[in-house]
Design a protein around this ligand. Sequence first.
Ligand code: DGL
Length: 293
Amino acid sequence: MLQDCFLFIGILKKNAKKDNFRPENPIGIFDSGIGGLTVAKALCERMPHENIIYFGDTAHMPYGEKSPHAIKSYAEKITAFLLEQKCKLIVIACNSASVTAFKNVEKMMPRQKFVINVIDPVVNYMVDETQFTQIGLIGTKRTVSSQVYHKKFKKKNSEITLKSLATPLLAPMIEEGFFNNNISRTVVNSYLSNPHIANVEAIILACTHYPLIMPEIDAFYKGNTHIVNSADIVSASIEKFLIKHTLQNKSKAKGRQRFYVSDYTDSFEKSARQFFGRNITLKEQNLWQEPLV
Ligand code: DGL
């Protein structure tokens, strides 16, 4: 079984090496659900000629509550699908998957380092381009308990104090379409009032769903705390990467975007339109015909 798996990854890598790395090939972006569309949207605005394939694993969301074993196996399956679609670069547009499965996804890539996560670009931005030393962070249980941001900040700048809080209700709440209303304001206020993350100069939205509740977060801080939206930072880092490897799509035509989810519902499609900022159609692609063993 394990041997078969290695053989499969080997064949995949060999084939992909030949024709995945062409500028006109799509960028593969995935998330546990539709939150990663915030990254896809920022990327489309920045690089409108790029072709994009988005995969939202709505059947298994929220990842933030899942075991590392489960998240790794979901991420591997999705990566195999995106490589079959000849993606030239994979973007893990999910913090929970980035902290858990980055190495697994990297191993599957025919070219080393052709995977971008949502954590390193944010840590680099905070350290290299801002002066903040009192930083707050909200994210899923998985992201916060991994302490990945703490470890990365510590390595780069020991003067930074990071206060983090798990806010597990937020992603499902947003995915269900609860934002910009009284319920989302109440939940946000209740989490952010926690003394554990008091007195911060900046707050990192360490979940790709959270840009949708930026107005509520900004209202809580009355505009006095810098809100770090990873979607913009990650899309800038994707652009830099493509330029460095001369892999930007030179076509003059507008890029084509395809959106897949592992479980389709009307409510996902409705929320997806709000995440992406325009009318999009989700296609169901069930990669899990058989249950996980
Ligand atoms: N969008 C995911 C992230 O950035 C969180 C949602 C989930 O728990 O699945 O971590």
